[in-house]
Design a protein around this ligand. Structure first.
Ligand SMILES: Cc1cc2nc3c(=O)[nH]c(=O)nc-3n(C[C@H](O)[C@H](O)[C@H](O)COP(=O)(O)OP(=O)(O)OC[C@H]3O[C@@H](n4cnc5c(N)ncnc54)[C@H](O)[C@@H]3O)c2cc1C
Length: 450
């Protein structure tokens, strides 16, 4: 079910000064919207350019699974009695008992997306079809432009997500038969009888390989899965790894020197960028069955340690040049369709152009974030710009993930209000990280912004 929420907005809203306007409504700002909606003392408005809520719609493949538990939803970790919990969604959708009997430990992305839409459809403080094109700040107020309308707020939270990262050599060819995986389901590609190259060895590459192997887009003539990584690598799902996705670790991590943070985030890459064991095993078993039981002639290739370095199109087919990461050998593959599972990047949104020069960015172009996710900027101190999913460099590997979304949302709302609206309960941890404690951290950061 997808509803537009434009009906919630009244004409007088343009004159109003909200406490907080959110730009973008992915899961992260949606978490803030859901927690804020249950605090009537806060006036908030969240805007998104999409016609209705959609969670990476191009990658909502039929059998793709979540990497995180359904309990890591919009609100549960800080407000389990909220009406916007995943469990309430199950009850209200009349599927609680069947869900429990299904015994799933991880649910499909389709179902989590349906939960997020269900929450968005009930929230009074969200508005879709609202592309924010400019933001100005003057006299203690932000003015947010959407078409010919303007909304005003004391504070902002930017939740505009990430953009598709496309290798330079592929950029000239982007179109119906060479595209980023984020558009896969939207393009509904016809792979029947085609030679398909899948570039990128993370979870998305695995999902695309698996669905193409299963013939979801027609029976491909051949599949070649290319990864720069040294192997097809698993998500590090260990229980001790999970400790990185807990508040006390994030608080301690924040206090480290930047070069150490960058080194740690790089070292922890597979804790969020690897492929789930369930997915890997499913793929491996398919390959085994295909090759050793069905004894089919070889129609697929798995090629790790190869980097795509150049591409040309000749007579309707692509020639892809790959360089081997260990031997340096250069090889070529031919393909009719190229699916780029080459990740996402963060870019400064154009709607911030007028504020850009007043925001502090580090040498790698990342915004400098305070512990409570507001950017350091040379604007008026009473006007804060919070950012979500922009602080992997400052807050660590959990930042682009759902695990701490509601905890971060609570931190932002508390900071904004200047008092504790939600107790961001910082549960115990089994590990002594030897990093600064939560209490030391908190003393130095709680500020009053409203
Ligand atoms: C396929 C996929 C699966 C994932 N699965 C998991 C998982 O299982 N577990 C996990 O922890 N993490 C997962 N992640 C990582 C992360 O949770 C998601 O990427 C998540 O969607 C990030 O949320 P977000 O709110 O930052 O941004 P997004 O979901 O990207 O949303 C940003 C929104 O901002 C809007 N927007 C942008 N610019 C403007 C503007 N100028 N005006 C108005 N609106 C604007 C966009 O329309 C969009 O709706 C996954 C990521 C992907 C790509």
């Amino acid at each position: 079910m997808t509803l537009s929420h434009t009906s919630h907005r009244q004409p007088q809203d343009e004159a109003k000064i909200y406490d907080l306007i959110g730009v973008g409504l992915g899961p992260f700002n949606l978490s803030i919207a859901a927690l804020a909606a249950e605090k009537p003392e806060l006036s908030t408005l969240f805007l998104d350019k999409k016609p209705h809520f959609a969670w990476h719609p191009g990658l909502l493949l039929s059998d793709a699974k979540m990497q995180t538990s359904f309990l890591k939803d919009l609100v549960t970790a800080v407000n389990p009695t909220s009406r916007y919990t995943f469990l309430n969604y199950l009850v209200k959708s009349r599927k609680f008992y069947p869900f429990m009997a299904s015994g799933q430990s991880t649910i499909s992305r389709l179902e989590f997306s349906d939960y997020l839409s269900w929450a968005a459809n009930q929230l009074p403080n969200v508005q879709f079809k609202a592309d924010v094109t400019a933001i100005e700040q003057q006299d203690g107020v932000f003015t947010v432009t959407v078409g010919d309308q303007q909304y005003r707020a004391k504070h902002l939270v930017m939740g505009i997500g990430t953009q598709a990262a496309i290798p330079d050599c592929a950029k000239p060819f982007v179109g119906d038969d060479c595209f980023h995986a984020s558009e896969l389901a939207l393009r509904d590609p016809q792979l029947e009888g085609k030679r398909v190259a899948i570039i990128g060895g993370g979870q998305t590459g695995a999902d695309v390989f698996q669905h193409s192997f299963d013939g979801e887009f027609g029976s491909a003539k051949s599949l070649t899965w290319v990864s720069r990584r040294a192997n097809i690598e698993a998500l590090d799902e260990g229980c001790f790894t999970d400790q990185y996705f807990m508040p006390d670790y994030v608080n301690g991590f924040y206090q480290l020197e930047q070069p150490l943070k960058d080194k740690e985030v790089a070292r922890q890459k597979l804790t969020s960028d690897g492929i789930t064991n369930e997915c890997l095993q499913g793929i491996y078993q398919r390959l085994y069955h295909d090759k050793y039981v069905l004894r089919k002639p070889n129609w697929w290739q798995i090629q790790p340690s190869r980097t795509l370095v150049s591409m040309v199109k000749r007579g309707g087919e692509y020639q892809l040049s790959l360089v081997h990461g260990l031997t340096g050998e250069r090889t070529e593959i031919s393909a009719d369709v190229v699916v780029l599972c080459t990740g996402f990047k963060r870019t400064a949104p154009s709607c911030l152009n007028q504020l850009q020069s007043r925001i502090e960015w580090d040498s790698r172009g990342r915004p400098k974030l305070s512990p409570d996710f507001s950017v350091q900027w040379q604007g008026e101190a009473d006007n804060r710009i919070y950012m979500v999913n922009a602080g992997m460099g400052s807050h660590g590997i959990a930042e682009p993930q759902l695990s701490l979304a509601s905890w971060r949302a609570a931190r932002i709302l508390n900071h904004l209000a200047g008092h504790t609206l939600y107790d961001p309960i910082e549960h115990g941890n089994l590990v002594d990280w030897g990093l600064p404690t939560e209490a030391q951290h908190h003393k130095q950061t709680l500020g009053a912004a409203i």
